[in-house]
Every structure is written in C-alpha cells, then in structure tokens.
Design a protein around this ligand. Structure first.
Ligand code: GLY
Length: 447
C-alpha cells in the first residue's frame, strides 16, 4: 500500500486527490490549511488521514509526513513550493513529485525565468525587460510605444498582471503601475517585468516533467476576467474548457508542438544553468499570436482550474505517473480519453472584490451525479454538516462529454444544483464564446 501525501486544499487539490484515489493501492494523507470536505472524505475512505495546519511551513509538513510514513509527496500550490516544502521532504529522504524551491523559481520569480530563457536562446519569448529602477522601466515602456503588460516578478495569485488596453489606460498608467510595484517591493522581489503587449488568444499547456523530458497534456483555455464576455477585474480563474483530444478549437497541431518544444528547451536551459533537474508539473501559459505561440509565464504546478479539465480525462493511474516523475523517468507518454471538458467556478457574491463570506450553500449532490457532472470543493468550510463559503472561489463544477458544447450543458446544469449566495460565468464553453475565439484568430491570421 502506498502512502501518498497531498499538500493543499483547493478544488485543484480535490481533483488531484480524486485522481490519486482511483488506485486501490493508495492511502491518501492530506495536509491542508482549511478543511476541504471532498479531500477529507477521500482521505478517510482510502484509509488515510488529514490534518489542518500551516501548509507553508516545511517543518509542519515534514512532521505530518514522518508521522504517517509517507512514500510519495505532492506539495501542490505555488506558495508552498516557493516556501521550500519539497526541499524539506527530499532532505528527509521522502520522494517528492514536485519541484524544489530552486526549480519552482521558474514560477515565483518571473524576472529570473525570462532572463534564464533569454540567456539560453529559448524561442517564443515576447520582447521584455526586467527592471529595478522606475526610470529604466519607463524608457522601456516608451520604446514599446506604451503597448505593454506590467508584471510583478513574484507570486500574486494570478491577479498582479496589468495590461495596457485592459486594466491600464495607456503607457503613462503602465509607468505609474511599474513604479508602484517597485516602490512597494511587491511580493518581496526587487524587479518588475515589462513585456510587449501581444494580441492573440491565451491557452495553457500542462506537462508532466521527469527532469529530462516534458510529457504534454491536452490544451486548456482558462477565463481570468470576472464577468461574461471577458470583461471586469482579473480573478484566480472563473472556468476553463478543453477539447476532445489535445487541441482547442482555435489551435492547430503545430501550435501544440511548438509550445511543447519551448517547454522542453526551457527545462534543458534550467538544467544547463543550475545542474538541477526540474521535476514536477510544468504549466506553460501561452498566447497564440499571428507569429505562433509566445510564452507568457510558467507555473511550477497544475493550473487551477486547468487541473480539473485534464485529470478528468486522464487514462490510467495518476499515482503511477507521479512515482515515475519523482524517480526521474516517465516510462511512456500518459494518455487521455477523447473527452472534452468544461469547468465553471461558483464564486461568492462580490468576488473578486468584497466577497460575501460565511454563507451556507445547499448542494444537491444527487442531481450533480445524475447529470454526470463532478463537483470539486475550493474555498469552503464545513461546520456541523453545512458547507459555508469563504472569500475566494467556492466550488467548481466539471462536465465531461464528447464535445465542448455537451460538456458545457452538463457543467451549466450542475451549477444549478448549488444554491446560495454564489454566481458563475454562464458563457464559458458556449458556442458563441468559442466562435468568437476562432474568428479572432482568423482575423489575426493565426489560423
Ligand atoms: N489558471 C491559472 C493558474 O492556475 O495560475
């Protein structure tokens, strides 16, 4: 019997726990910062256990791991990796299928990542500069005609990037934002990244990575903006979809291959530069432009919500792949059912600004399973058998089917099985929105 440790407690981790528990030879042990009811049940049913503590404390995680004789660990969220939790587990001789703090720097330090990839001539980078001085950032913004994206170098939960034409009016606002980030030493790092603003459609490519090779999963498109029609403030992600197969309706095989090549060259560059292998999930955030895919960012973990899209369609056992990854040799390309997926997040009223928290949710689980939908708990709390919202995204509903549009109908119907002071974007995965993406790519000459 394997004893698997999962660190984290969002909907992404709930879906990882579910995929792990498909194997009957695993006991799930979960170390969480709040009680995720779905993960708690999976842990108990597998004969494992859970505890609540500081998931960013390497010492606390290691104590829990030792107490339960863990044979494989998976610290999942970005901030946990940046806190060095994997390093502590590895030092104690516990196998770990997630990157060390040094390897996760590809995510937690955007300036480092960009400069490393540039040094090793990895293709697909937008024009960028990483700056410590507001004056230098300003002249670079001018040199790009003010059409830029400004990114804090460190972790911001997906909410720190501001783009001229969206959250920023013009180059002057971009300069002011860059200065604000630098003065505040935002996220503890000393640099701000300024990038040319690219026009295109974004997509995510997640890959299992054994340090030597990246093994890609189906492409997914997330929806960062809060409101229907892709307007409003940025969020952690309101929902996502994937096609039946590896591609999205607005991408072609050559785009997938190019994105994977960029990722492969990136882990090779990391190895050449540091002598260390990147082991774990590598998530490439790309934008498809008229000149092909360009890299916007890396995450050193599964995406949230993208994990739910891909894990729902994974053939075989996730645990086996994670063991191989931790051992530094994935035996074969993992395969996926030809299932499309649509994932929608229900979020508290007021999200992403002033969320109305501590509100009860009534969830009709029978309806959800009769629809063939799946529900994943995110930022909720269970007290006396009632589920309460917290301030972040509450629950995710996933539909899987032969086409995106069928999957969308399942996810949408699933959302109606959750009652309470929550809302969701009903346009994600609809024909209208996807057609708009295709037209956009055609108009740009990207397809
Ligand atoms: N969906 C974006 C992220 O996980 O960072």
């Amino acid at each position: 019997m394997e004893r698997f440790l999962l660190v984290g407690n969002g909907a992404r981790e709930h879906s990882i726990a579910e995929a792990i528990c498909k194997s009957e030879k695993v006991r799930l042990f979960a170390f969480m910062s709040a009680k995720n009811p779905g993960i708690m049940r999976l842990a108990k049913n597998s004969g494992g256990e859970y505890a609540v503590g500081d998931i960013h404390s390497p010492g606390q995680v290691l104590d829990f791991a030792k107490r339960h004789s863990i044979t494989l660990a998976f610290p999942s969220p970005d901030a946990v990796l940046a806190a060095g939790v994997s390093d502590e587990l590895l030092k104690a001789g516990i196998s770990c299928a997630a990157p060390t703090k040094k390897a996760a720097r590809l995510e937690w330090d955007k300036a480092y990542c960009r400069e490393l990839l540039q040094e090793f001539k990895v293709p697909g980078l937008p024009k960028f500069g990483a700056f410590e001085s507001p004056a230098e950032a300003s002249s670079f913004i001018d040199s790009l005609g003010g059409k830029v994206a400004v990114k804090p170098a460190g972790l911001t939960g997906g909410k720190g990037v501001k783009v001229v034409g969206f959250q920023l009016k013009d180059g002057e606002e971009a300069k002011a934002y860059a200065k604000e980030l630098l003065v505040a030493r935002h996220s503890g790092l000393e640099k701000v990244v300024v990038e040319e603003r690219l026009e295109g459609e974004e997509f995510s490519l997640q890959a299992f990575c054994d340090g030597k090779r990246v093994y890609g999963m189906p492409l997914v498109q997330d929806h960062k903006r809060a409101y229907e029609g892709d307007v409003g403030p940025n969020t952690g992600g309101m929902g996502s979809y994937s096609g039946a197969g590896s591609l999205l309706p607005f991408t072609r095989q050559q785009h997938y291959d190019r994105a994977l090549e960029i990722m492969q060259k990136s882990i090779e560059a990391f190895y050449k530069s540091t002598g260390e292998r990147f082991v774990g999930i590598l998530y490439g955030g790309f934008i498809l432009t008229k000149d092909g895919p360009k890299l916007l960012e890396y995450n050193a973990r599964f995406g949230d919500p993208e994990a739910m899209n891909v894990l729902g369609a994974l053939k075989g056992e996730l645990i086996g792949i994670l063991f191989q990854m931790a051992d530094g040799k994935i035996a074969a390309q993992p395969s996926f059912f030809k299932k499309a997926s649509v994932c929608k997040y229900l979020v508290p009223e007021g999200y992403p600004g002033k969320s109305v928290a501590n509100q009860p949710l009534q969830i009709d689980m029978e309806k959800i399973s009769s629809l063939g939908a799946r529900l994943y708990f995110a930022s909720v709390n269970e007290e006396g058998g009632t589920i309460y919202t917290q301030s972040s995204r509450s629950v995710a509903i996933l539909g899987l089917a032969g086409s995106i549009f069928e999957a969308e109908k399942i996810a949408e119907a699933g959302c109606s099985a959750v009652k309470g002071r929550v809302w969701h974007r009903s346009d994600i995965g609809t024909e209208k929105l996807i057609q708009r993406r295709i037209e956009h790519m055609k108009a740009l000459g990207a397809i």
